[in-house]
Ligand binder design. Structure first.
Ligand code: BDP
Length: 712
């Protein structure tokens, strides 16, 4: 080929590629052109003019999003008019002329961030008690168009079930991200406050679109530097970006900050100087950021400083911070993820033992933030026994979006079923129906503040989350914080339509992949209640054999307790009796082998290898079946995905295809390494009907991953 011809060809090739490039950056806000002509014409008619009375930064954001979204989807930028008769009218009740008011305009039952969208004669009216509600409603309207729904005769109201809907970034100031698998932190502390990366704005848009209203910017393993004057300027810059999107910023507070940056000799929360230092620091923050949210604190956990260093309780530590935040309406989120260095007690029990005696001792602007399970974000955990055990304290839920123990950023695992499984669990705290959700939303114990936090899976990768499907976990998290009763598969479909395509066969088939993905992972990693079998430090891959770490409860062997007799952690009265921390109805079910679900068997019981399960399998057989079926499910996921070629863009199709191949390889690795290892105790064969394992146990034990991500 002639050189010039070659160049022309290359230029054409690149042009085509760029034109069709879908790198995932736009998340679920791609706003692709509506292809159905009839629908397009109707949407165009309905949205051609918009009237938004009033002025505020949030209203500007609403206008910009409508311009972008409608402009891209309908090919026509709407006309913003001062005519109240416009096709769409968006305003707080006080701004809507009574003529256009409809039956929803009393806004009865609609809470602060809620809204109503309805059709009044030929007009679409959006109203809400606050601008925040108008913002959320705008994204709702755009979502209707994105997912191809009718805009006729609208009659919608929506209010969030949970007040604080927060992302927790485990981001360090040097831009590494603890347990981050999607590149470095999106916060570029070095160029802040002067340089505002476009990404900050897109991040705020994405969060607002799903109702997230707060972000903790920094890691729970906190650096006091974040509280120094120059860093507070940077935090202020981010707060300014987030504000129009109704997102508050929060910081993690390192308990020893008065020593480290305050030159005090103690951080004792009852010391006068220490109190004064925190008061002045807090006032300094609020002078810069009047709507600052408050502090998230990890104290006396995994080596972090805390009030117990001075013989004080968690409540005394939390209350000292709560007192200085209260005049500014700030809050403290005090984490319950604690386990002591000395205690030989089952780790499952430690948070409960430390926190239950403190119930009723926290100020009313403190929430205790509890992980969904008592161990640590395992692929499947029973709900944390603290839920239902501290009625006088608002308990904030902490979920993990970053897949530390769930395949990190290479496994497709849709987490909405996990979140819902926990939220729907019945604690029986006040009899049947006392679900975790009702404790978390404050309705069971009548708490004023309530919230859910998700440990973010976001980094500076072009597609934000590493795996294209990890975006779905960010999305589903926000949607479920807003309304935990939403159906996981409906959320998945909504996300698929906006993120990939409205093609119904694609949506149906890929939704099935998503819905089965978490169970598949549980089967090939941690079946029938096994947990904490992962590699040391980085938590990548299987390592059930590890037994030599300095703390007993860092070792996988501590959790599975496999021996020639059997396998599993006995948490009944004959063992650690962690079950005693649950309400009697729950305890009785999990204690009784005939009632305990297979999913939790080895979580609560140590069982002989030949013990018969309800389905007739022995424990050993069940382990084999689960590991093999988990891997088989990944194969099916691959087959279904392969059929989607040409239904979506090539770029993301191929990315997911490659990632599923990694997932398949790793599912096999988990299966083989775990079964070979447990076989040394069970002494039983893997049935010949199953595929042969690929390597020896020694081979799996010899694998090392010094540079596995997310572990700094
Ligand atoms: C564990 C993580 C660790 C976190 C800790 C926490 O491995 O990196 O610091 O939780 O939540 O899951 O504090």
């Amino acid at each position: 080929m002639h050189y010039t011809k070659y160049l022309l060809f290359l230029a054409f090739f690149l042009l085509v590629r760029v034109a069709s490039a879908e790198n995932g950056y736009e998340l679920w806000m791609r706003y692709t052109k509506v292809s159905d002509e009839k629908l397009l014409t109707r949407y165009q008619e309905l949205t051609s003019s918009i009237h938004i009375p009033g002025n505020s930064a949030t209203l500007d954001v609403i206008r910009a999003e409508l311009r972008l979204g409608i402009g891209k989807m309908l090919g026509k930028i709407p006309h913003f008019t001062t005519e109240a008769t416009a096709g769409i009218l968006i305003g707080q009740l006080s701004d809507i002329p009574s003529l256009y008011a409809g039956e929803h305009t009393s806004l009865e039952g609609i809470t602060e961030d809620g809204y109503a969208i309805y059709t009044k004669e030929k007009q679409i009216v959006i109203t809400a008690p606050t601008d925040a509600g108008l913002l959320y409603a705008t994204f709702h309207l755009l979502r209707l168009i994105q997912t191809g729904q009718s805009l006729e005769r609208l009659h919608l109201t929506s209010s969030p079930k949970v007040k604080l809907r927060l992302l927790n970034h485990w981001d360090n100031l040097n831009r590494t991200v603890e347990r981050g698998y999607a590149g470095f932190s999106i916060w570029d502390w070095h160029t802040l406050p002067d340089y505002i990366d476009e990404r900050y704005i897109d991040y705020a848009r994405a969060n607002a679109s799903i109702g997230i209203n707060g972000v903790v910017l920094t890691n729970v393993n906190a650096s006091a530097t974040a509280l120094t004057p120059s860093y507070l300027q940077k935090v202020k810059a981010l707060a300014d970006v987030m504000r129009p999107y109704h997102i508050k910023v929060y910081l993690t507070a390192r308990f020893s900050a008065p020593l480290e940056i305050g030159r005090l000799e103690t951080a004792d929360p009852l010391n006068k100087e220490v109190k004064r230092w925190w008061k002045e620091k807090t006032d300094e923050i609020y002078a810069l950021i009047p709507d600052f949210g408050g502090f998230l604190v990890k104290a006396n956990s995994e080596g972090q400083p805390g009030p117990q260093d001075y013989g004080r309780t968690h409540a005394e530590g939390a209350n000292m911070l709560a007192d200085v935040l209260a005049p500014h309406q700030g809050i403290v989120m005090w984490r319950a993820f604690v386990y002591s260095h000395e205690a030989l007690e089952d780790r499952h029990k430690q948070a409960y033992n430390e926190f239950v005696p403190l119930d009723g001792k926290f100020r009313d602007n403190v929430l205790v933030q509890v992980k969904n399970g008592a161990i640590d974000f395992m692929p499947r955990e029973p709900f944390h026994p603290l839920f239902g055990a501290m009625p006088q304290t608002p308990l904030m839920m902490e979920f993990q979006l970053t897949q530390e123990y769930l395949g990190q950023a290479t496994h497709l695992v849709y987490l909405a079923p996990l979140f819902k499984e926990c939220l729907n669990s019945d604690t029986y705290a006040q009899g049947e129906g006392s679900t975790v959700a009702k404790i978390v939303d404050g309705s069971l114990d009548k708490h004023r503040i309530n919230g859910i936090a998700g440990v973010s899976n976001i980094g500076n990768d072009i597609n934000w989350c590493g795996h294209p499907f990890a975006q779905a976990n960010w999305y589903a998290f926000g949607r479920l914080c807003w309304d935990y009763d939403l159906n996981a598969s409906e959320i998945a479909k909504e996300w698929l339509k906006m993120t990939f395509s409205n093609d119904s066969s694609f949506v149906e088939q890929v939704c099935q992949i998503m819905m089965g993905s978490r169970e598949a992972l549980v089967n090939y990693m941690n079946p029938i209640g096994l947990h904490h079998l992962m590699g040391t430090g980085h938590h990548y891959g299987p390592a059930p054999w590890v037994d030599d770490l300095p703390r007993a409860d860092w070792n996988p062997t501590y959790y599975h307790k496999a021996d020639t007799q059997g396998i599993g952690f006995d948490r009944t009265t004959s063992g650690s009796n962690a079950l005693s921390q649950y309400h009697p109805e729950v305890r009785r079910k999990w204690e009784d082998l005939s009632l305990c679900e297979d999913e939790y068997l080895l979580w609560f019981h140590h069982l002989p290898w030949d013990d018969q399960l309800k389905d007739g399998h022995s424990i050993w057989e069940k382990l084999c079946e689960s590991y093999y079926s988990g891997m088989q499910s990944v194969k099916t996921m691959q087959e279904v995905w392969d059929r989607q070629q040409n239904k979506i863009d090539d770029q993301r199709f191929k990315q997911v295809q490659m990632l599923l191949a990694i997932q398949y390889k790793e599912a096999k690795w988990w299966r083989d390494a775990c079964l070979l290892y447990f076989q040394t105790f069970s002494g039983q064969e893997i049935l010949p009907k199953h595929e042969k394992v690929a390597h020896t146990l020694e081979y799996y034990r010899s694998l090392h991953f010094p540079y596995a991500p997310g572990h700094w």
